[in-house]
Design a protein. Structure first.
Length: 110
């Protein structure tokens, strides 16, 4: 159990496995941080939330470097079909704002 929950412990493909573990824990933390927004403050939550894209990229790196199916055409196509739209939207978002939160319009849902 420790092999798949603690980075750099597993001896098989240590770096790709560790990147996946860090991505998994990061996404768990980021997902749970939503419920702490009122306690940690909206601005701090937004700062933490920026790491979501990084954890997503770590997950993709793990997917492409780990396992026996990672080089298969069907696997690459499946990841491409699901990841490409999100990647394009992420690039558009950061290109439009220069990575800054200034100039963005906040939308409040009631």
């Amino acid at each position: 159990m420790v092999d798949v929950t603690v980075p750099f412990v597993f001896s098989y493909k240590t770096l790709p496995t560790s990147i996946g573990i860090v991505a998994g824990w990061g996404l768990i933390f980021l997902g749970l941080s939503y419920y702490l927004r009122a306690r940690i403050g909206q601005n701090r939550w937004k700062s933490i939330h920026r790491f979501t894209a990084l954890m997503w990229v770590f997950g993709l790196i793990h997917a492409f470097t780990e396992g026996t199916d990672s080089g298969q055409l069907w696997f690459i196509a499946l990841i491409g079909l699901t990841a490409a739209p999100a990647a394009v939207l992420l690039v558009i978002r950061y290109a439009a704002t220069g990575g800054s939160t200034r100039g963005r319009v906040a939308v409040t849902v009631r």
